[in-house]
Design a binder for this molecule. Structure first.
Ligand SMILES: [Zn+2]
Length: 473
């Protein structure tokens, strides 16, 4: 705004702008919130800059009418009767989108408190997540996109949130019935047989749905050849580039011999780019696996808001400095590989894998964007990965963007994340469906909801895994 030629004071006077404290004071009143969310007139939100999901705009305001964005325009063109909420020294972003989550009810207000207004659940009990999705707009909860259960082979790793299939016919029926239930996409899981993948991806396409996969023994290229459009965690990469690798989970990337695969990694990255596959690397999850084993780990300080049961179920008392060090090297190797994908233009989505690794919902997506920026993305590219990228992939061009017709979801943060992404942002306000919220109110709601941690499908799954160390996601 001020950089647009008009002084801050001049802008405020010209627009009749209200301070955010005043605006949020009104919004804290439930009746006012309902009025603002139900079409009671247009308001404008303004800051020093607006990132609209694609580009950075100065001297612009975001106009909201009810639950919809009705325009992003130069502050000079905001009609005089429209009230403007303006806080100097801040940036407006689209509500953030976490592309890899397993939803539990306690997570919802925390996501919002850190500015995440849409989550994609990529593995949960089908009827439970469909019910949460249906009620999300009326609750203090991000918008939910979901894939239903992890569609897995005969013996699922996470049986309580998966659907097992014993043969090809059952696997295709699992896709069909999950699609018919009304999910937003299909998620395939590690235990599927490679020869089933083409028919499963084809069945998903026949319902207009995209397919993503947590690959492992099948490798990623087989999934790409089958028509799977996205892979998670970078898992399955080593199956393709290092067939005789030592046994283990992603920490194998920390093996000193991995460097011998560098040329194979480059060739693999070329083929992923040719296949137009997208990657959701969940680097924040990799980071968590290092930190939860490190000798100086402090879960309470590093994972604010995560209920103690979650910490206990994921074996966080198991300090193991040697394994921690292996995970740290693995994470660095994964970042190096992701750089190869980014250089080749492979679409990369920001996803955290909350609640795995006992990460704080929302805060972990900021960590993910920080890590993506370190890989070689500019801050604006990392912000795109955490806002508009999923909508682009899923053919929902309004999602994670601020433009006419987008949902009235935005976050106002202090400072300028378009020049450097903070690990821990100062969120000033969050607007979800047109209703404004203070982070402090959302954190208080999260505290109240933390008692629900024992009730959800993933609670039962974590309890079942407890004692076996941190669960694979
Ligand atoms: Zn996951």
């Amino acid at each position: 705004m001020p950089d647009g030629g008009m002084s801050r004071r001049g802008f405020v006077e010209a627009m009749g702008a209200a301070g955010l404290a005043e605006a949020l004071g009104a919004a804290a009143d439930p009746a006012a919130r309902r009025a603002s969310a139900s079409g009671g007139g247009t308001i404008a939100w303004a800051a020093d800059r607006v990132f609209d999901g694609e580009s950075v705009l100065t001297a612009h305001a975001v106009l909201l009418t009810g639950a919809e964005v009705t325009g992003v325009r130069s502050t000079h063109k905001v009609p005089p009767h429209v009230p403007v909420q303006y806080e100097p020294g801040t940036t407006i972003l689209p509500g953030l989108v976490d592309a890899h989550v397993h939803h539990m009810q306690w997570e919802a207000p925390l996501f919002l408190a850190y500015g995440v207004t849409t989550i994609r659940d990529v593995g949960n009990d089908l009827s439970w997540i469909l019910a949460r999705r249906a009620e999300a707009s009326a609750a203090l909860c991000p918008t939910i996109l979901c894939t239903g259960p992890l569609l897995d082979g005969p013996t699922p790793i996470h049986p309580l949130v998966a659907r097992a299939s014993a043969d090809l016919e059952a696997a295709v029926a699992a896709v069909r019935e999950t699609a018919q239930a009304g999910v937003d996409a299909i998620k395939l899981y590690c235990g599927l047989l490679v020869e089933w993948l083409p028919a499963m991806a084809r069945e998903a396409r026949s319902h207009g749905l995209r397919t993503s996969m947590h690959c492992q023994g099948t490798g990623v290229l087989a999934a790409a050849n089958a028509g799977v459009g996205e892979f998670h965690h970078l898992d399955g990469v080593l199956t393709d580039v290092w067939p005789d690798r030592p046994a283990g989970w992603l920490e194998v990337w920390g093996d000193s011999e991995l460097a011998t695969t560098r040329d194979a990694q480059r060739r693999f990255a070329d083929r992923i780019a040719e296949a137009a596959m997208a990657a959701t690397p969940t680097l924040a999850y990799w980071h968590s696996q290092w930190r939860i084993r490190a000798a100086d780990h402090s879960p309470e300080a590093e994972a604010p808001g995560v209920p103690p049961e979650m910490l206990a179920w994921q074996g966080l008392a198991a300090i193991d400095p040697d394994l921690a060090d292996r995970w740290r090297r693995a994470r660095e190797a994964a970042e190096g590989f992701l750089r190869l994908l980014h250089e080749r233009g492979v679409p990369i989505l920001a996803g955290s894998d909350v609640p795995c690794g006992a990460q704080t919902p929302g805060l972990s997506l900021w960590r993910e964007m920080c890590m993506l920026a370190r890989v070689s993305m500019s801050p604006v590219q990392a912000l795109r990965a955490g806002t508009s990228a999923l909508g682009t992939l899923l053919g929902r061009p309004k999602l994670g963007r601020l433009q006419g017709g987008s949902p009235a979801d935005l976050v106002i943060v202090r400072g300028d994340p378009t020049r450097g992404i903070p690990e821990s942002p100062e969120v000033v306000a969050v607007v979800r469906g047109g209703a404004a919220h203070r982070p402090t109110d959302l954190l208080a709601e999260a505290q109240r909801l933390s008692a629900s941690v024992t009730e959800d499908p993933w609670s039962a799954q974590f309890r079942a895994h407890a004692g076996g160390g941190p669960a694979e996601p």
